[in-house]
Design a protein around this ligand. Structure first.
Ligand SMILES: Nc1ncnc2c1ncn2[C@@H]1O[C@H](COP(=O)(O)OP(=O)(O)O)[C@@H](O)[C@H]1O
Ligand SMILES: [Mg+2]
Length: 447
């Protein structure tokens, strides 16, 4: 637009092209797609405040020419669409979704632009319905003072209310970018997408949400720890006040599970979204105090598992980075909780060291730690008995060393040299020991 009415005015608004390029530059494709699934989960949370997602689903389809994501998670209302859902960035007066994953107000738009140049969004709630169908290239070339999209179809105050099964959203992106289209054609890429989706939405699937990629449902791997009467994981919980009235509720579990080096480490979640998976770095305390407080990770700790959950109604208080790919290690909240994680993991590390020592003691019986592991069962976190410290049996002390005494005597040097040669040893000390052992065996042996 050109505006020559005010000669002192200098135009500073970004071009759409620059804006879109910057928006999509730093986000990997898979992460952008996960953002769309995050939105479905936020929708699910709006309609199921108790977080029971039984019956709710998200279906994704990726192919060389098209991307679709469909859900039955309640839909986007026309009001939300008009005022907020299509805006870049969350306006300050926008009412937040309690406990949401979304926070910055860019996820949906960023994902669409990352994928391709034509999109269609269709959404139905309990009272409204809309369709927005847009060609991004055409939209980019449209000069306008305020960036807008248009409803192609819109209906409000629907009577009767659409049935719950029809309340949901479908996003289709076609005219995929070249790189996206070729990634979607690769088995390898589809496998990676499946794995990352499974990881990120592990907890939401455990709560009943079904996620399907190209007609095959994802299988969640429930989080478990070994537990028995004498082996109990450690548990810690605390509400960090944050900005009242939305505390950040922190829960930490630390214990042992099956021996598997790639799965060992810490798992960190914010509002049920997994941010760190089997972390074995200093971010979660490994090698703390240059290895004096907590050793660096190595395979001896292949049974270690720790889980840390941060939950808040106010997503902005959680220690995640903007792409939700990791924790914000500068966050004072995370730094404080990390110390608790270290405190909880120390006894587990001791246990694993003792378990290793026990394996190497050469005895066949009296291995209480090995036996405790064998007798324990994997239980889901919800079934863990809450103990504020990791409990395990005492290790057996090594058998006491026999009492010893020192013998000293003096002999002529040539005689010592003769015996040395005969015994094929080098030191006087060995001469003494070997002759003693010889006598003991020949004269005191039991026969
Ligand atoms: N599939 C969906 N179901 C329900 N709500 C959705 C869906 N997709 C997007 N939304 C809503 O649209 C809005 C914009 O989404 P987004 O651009 O990802 O920003 P953010 O999630 O950070 O608020 C959010 O309020 C989001 O919850
Ligand atoms: Mg979002």
């Amino acid at each position: 637009m050109t505006d020559n009415s005010d000669p002192n005015k200098i135009i500073a608004s970004p071009t759409k092209t620059l804006f879109i390029d910057m928006l999509v530059k730093d986000i990997p494709l898979t992460r952008a797609i996960i953002d769309l699934v995050d939105n479905c989960v936020d929708g699910a949370r709006r309609i199921r405040r108790d977080s029971n997602y039984d019956g709710l689903w998200v279906r994704l389809k990726v192919s060389r020419d098209r991307f679709t994501i469909t859900d039955n998670c309640g839909g986007i209302s026309v009001r939300l669409a008009r005022q907020y859902a299509f805006r870049f960035g969350r306006p300050d007066d926008m009412e937040p979704t309690p406990h949401s994953v979304g926070q910055f107000g860019v996820g949906m738009k960023r994902a669409i632009f990352k994928l391709g140049t034509h999109f269609r969004i269709q959404s139905t709630t309990d009272s409204s319905y809309f369709v927005v169908d847009e060609d991004v290239e055409e939209w980019k070339s449209r000069e306008e003072a305020h960036w807008t999209f248009r409803f192609d179809e819109v209906e409000e105050n629907l009577e009767p209310a659409p049935p719950p099964a029809e309340r949901g959203t479908k996003i289709t992106v076609s005219s995929l970018h070249e790189a996206v289209s070729s990634a979607f054609g690769l088995d390898n890429y589809r496998g990676e997408l499946r794995r990352e989706l499974t990881t990120a939405h592990q907890r939401n699937m455990e709560k009943g949400l079904t996620i399907v990629l190209n007609n095959a449902p994802l299988t969640p791997h429930p989080l478990t720890l070994l537990q028995s009467d004498d082996l109990k994981p450690a548990y810690f919980t605390k509400d960090y006040n944050g900005r009242w009235p939305s505390p950040v509720k922190v829960k930490i579990y630390a214990g042992v599970s099956e021996s598997s080096p790639p799965d060992a480490g810490w798992y960190v979640f914010c509002n049920d979204r997994m941010l760190l998976e089997h972390d074995q770095t200093s971010t979660t305390g490994w090698g703390e105090g240059r290895g004096t407080t907590i050793p660096k990770f190595h395979n001896q700790f292949a049974r270690f598992r720790g889980f840390a959950f941060f939950d808040s109604d106010d997503a902005s208080l959680l220690p995640w980075n903007t792409t939700k790919t990791g924790v914000d290690t500068d966050s004072p909240l995370f730094r404080g909780v990390r110390l608790e994680m270290i405190r909880l993991m120390r006894p587990v590390i001791n246990f694993l060291n003792n378990l290793d020592a026990e394996k190497e003691n050469g005895r066949d019986t009296g291995k209480p730690l090995t036996e405790a592991i064998q007798a324990a069962a994997e239980v889901r976190l919800a079934e863990v008995t809450l103990s504020n410290i990791f409990l395990s049996p005492d290790p057996t002390p090594p058998p006491p060393a026999p009492r010893t005494a020192l013998i000293r005597y003096r002999k002529p040097v040539d005689e010592i040299e003769q015996v040395k040669q005969q015994l094929r040893v080098r030191s006087n000390k060995q001469v003494g020991e070997k002759t003693f052992e010889y006598f003991l065996e020949m004269e005191c042996g039991e026969e």
